[in-house]
Ligand binder design. Structure first.
Ligand code: NAP
Length: 284
């Protein structure tokens, strides 16, 4: 017999993932409220053998419970050792190898919404769904203030996931059926990241993966709108290309952002899990 088995894990009523068949160790979803069963959940869910269970727990535990408000916003960028996320022509497939990509899909499966800037949607025409691990497709959101993206972009593919097109107020787009258009106020073409998150929270989307690109992650970071930043550093030197972050220039080292960081080995890549919660503004 085939049936759907839903695990609510983060907050009451919030679906983490649905299985066609329940894994044997998850007979009682309520048990996922405890640390040991969360550990067991991760072990079973991501049992591809690439990481030991203790490593999975160490990576994903910090994003399990929001600390500032009811939202959890995680930025991610895959970069070279010299801090590049794409070549000068904008090509980024693939800076990360299998381990880094698996990690990205694990993030998509564990958070409920993936957000990208229109630069990424235009350059990569990404699907933004979950393919390399088990899990539910997240809602997909593109920040596109001027409405530049095509209605035929792959991110709008109707596959059961929610799809949201964020534009500036007054911009008209021909949204495909089922795509929600969200118009937000913009100043000088910029929408406040806080307004974006608050709008998503109002639609029940509170677990956000900000998947790039550089400009989008930089704006959220600068606005204090990230709880965590996952930088996945690949053993590559590019020596040119697009920088992973673009923040206002500083003159003195004491103005630089110094972070609480945990590092994790992902195959031959290193995940820097940066805790930005001390500077995160309250949203919802
Ligand atoms: N290695 C990786 O992990 C990774 C991940 C993602 C992307 N990439 C690469 O990164 C490149 C794209 O990055 P990118 O920095 O050029 O572009 P991006 O961050 O994807 O998109 C930036 C654009 O999105 C819109 N936007 C984002 N936040 C906004 C806000 N708060 N208010 C208003 N508009 C906002 C603006 O559109 P307008 O320009 O219309 O104002 C902005 O110029 C591509 O080459 C892609 O392949 C790499």
């Amino acid at each position: 017999m085939e049936y759907t088995y839903t695990v609510t894990c983060f907050e009451a009523g919030q679906t983490l993932v649905s299985f066609k068949q329940p894994p044997a160790s998850l007979e009682n979803p309520a048990l996922t409220e405890t640390k040991s069963s969360w550990h067991q959940f991760l072990t079973d869910f991501f049992a591809d053998g690439s990481l030991p269970p203790s490593a999975l727990q160490a990576i994903f535990e910090p994003m399990r419970t929001p600390t500032v408000d009811s939202m959890m916003v995680v930025g991610q960028l895959g970069q070279t050792m010299d801090g590049r996320i794409a070549t000068v022509t904008g090509q980024s497939k693939y800076i990360n190898g299998q381990s880094g990509l698996t990690h990205l899909h694990q993030l998509r499966a564990l958070l409920d919404t993936v957000v990208v800037g229109v630069g990424t949607a235009l350059a990569d025409d990404p699907l933004l769904n979950v393919r390399l691990v088990s899990g539910k497709h997240p809602a997909r959101v593109v920040i596109d203030p001027k409405g530049k993206l095509s209605p035929t972009a792959r991110v709008w593919t109707a596959d059961g996931a929610r799809r949201l097109w964020i534009v500036s107020e007054g911009i008209e787009v021909s949204a495909p059926e089922g795509v929600e258009v969200v118009a937000l106020p913009a100043l000088g073409g910029r929408i406040e990241p806080r307004d974006i998150l608050s709008s998503l929270a109002g639609k029940g989307l509170k677990r956000i993966l900000l998947e790039g690109g550089a400009e989008t992650v930089s704006r959220f970071l600068q606005a204090g709108c990230l709880d965590r930043l996952h930088l996945i550093v690949a053993p590559i030197l590019m020596g040119s290309g697009r920088a992973s972050l673009n923040l206002p220039a500083i003159e003195h080292m004491d103005q630089a952002l110094r972070l609480q960081v945990h590092t994790h080995q992902l195959g031959n890549e290193v995940l820097f899990d940066c805790d930005l919660s001390p500077q995160r503004v309250k949203i919802a």
